[in-house]
Design a binder for this molecule. Structure first.
Ligand SMILES: Cc1cc2nc3c(=O)[nH]c(=O)nc-3n(C[C@H](O)[C@H](O)[C@H](O)COP(=O)(O)OP(=O)(O)OC[C@H]3O[C@@H](n4cnc5c(N)ncnc54)[C@H](O)[C@@H]3O)c2cc1C
Length: 250
């Protein structure tokens, strides 16, 4: 089976007062917004909405990254979500996972783990300090994050894409682009290599399909479910045209 180079998703965890998002999170728990940055046309998406949740750290084989979750039985006053910039590399580079580890590793190098920065400090070109963070109206739910400067971590195109996306989101959820918004980094999603598939998610071997995250086809619950439906429907369609064990192609 041949493999395609998958994009790597690198970004931040954004934390705002829960009220900023309630008109969205009360209606649909996991809203998905996709934005194409004007500067580089990179795709930026929201991921893993955590209403009234907590920002947490994650240990990926020694690499400390950021994530988020919500509890069913207790709430914080904040909502967090990820903003991820997808980047597909072209020849000759074939190791997007290593690239993601390298960028996240810079945050670890500078802070020993995860960096938190007030958006206002990032926009003003200065690091956050414990003193500046104390002035923030948003109280961080991840206490172990080190106040610092994420502009020392992200490549220019990623940083610009993230700032553009925050501006765009502010139209939908006023307050997201506030200087009090907290930005944690680095959040990175490592995905499996993707099989080369056609529109039916079929490999170049007839009737061998691939679905879900494990095959590198999807990157989330809804897409993984939808990929199963697509293949299920295609198999059903083919079963209707199966003659003497041979699939008649349409
Ligand atoms: C911490 C975390 C947070 C996430 N948050 C979100 C979120 O907020 N929103 C979102 O959309 N997505 C989220 N995701 C991603 C989401 O969970 C995946 O995209 C989705 O579960 C993929 O579905 P899947 O069916 O492809 O694979 P999976 O859900 O991983 O299912 C694969 C199944 O196969 C089983 N399996 C593996 N090997 C074998 C074997 N050899 N034999 C039999 N069974 C096997 C596994 O046990 C598993 O049950 C998150 C993922 C993680 C890890």
């Amino acid at each position: 089976l041949s493999l395609a180079i998958n994009p790597v998703d690198i970004g931040v965890r954004v934390e705002v007062p829960a009220e900023v998002m309630t008109h969205l999170t009360d209606v649909i728990y996991e809203s998905k917004f996709v934005f194409y940055s004007q500067s580089f046309e990179d795709r930026v998406r929201t991921f893993c909405m955590c209403p009234y949740g907590e920002v947490v750290t994650e240990n990926n084989d020694g690499l400390i990254t950021v994530n988020g979750h919500s509890y069913g039985e207790r709430r914080t006053g904040n909502t967090n979500f990820a903003l991820l910039v997808s980047k597909t590399f072209t020849e000759p580079f074939k190791d997007p996972i290593q690239y993601g580890r390298y960028v996240a590793g810079l945050a670890n190098l500078l802070s020993g783990g995860v960096i938190v920065q007030r958006l206002g400090d990032l926009q003003a070109g200065r690091r956050s300090t414990p003193e500046r963070l104390k002035k923030s109206l948003v109280v961080p739910t991840l206490n172990e994050a080190t106040p610092g400067d994420l502009s020392l971590v992200f490549p220019y195109r990623h940083l610009v894409a993230l700032l553009d996306m925050l501006k765009a989101l502010d139209v939908i959820a006023p307050g997201v682009n506030s200087r009090n918004t907290l930005i944690y980094g680095v959040e990175v999603k490592f995905y499996s290599s993707r099989f080369e598939l056609n529109a039916n998610l079929e490999s170049h071997i007839d009737n061998l399909f691939a679905i879900g995250d494990g095959a590198g086809v999807t990157r989330g619950l809804m897409q993984a479910s939808a990929s199963g439906v697509i293949v299920g429907e295609e198999i059903k369609r083919r079963e209707g045209v199966l003659q003497n064990g041979i699939i008649r192609k349409r």
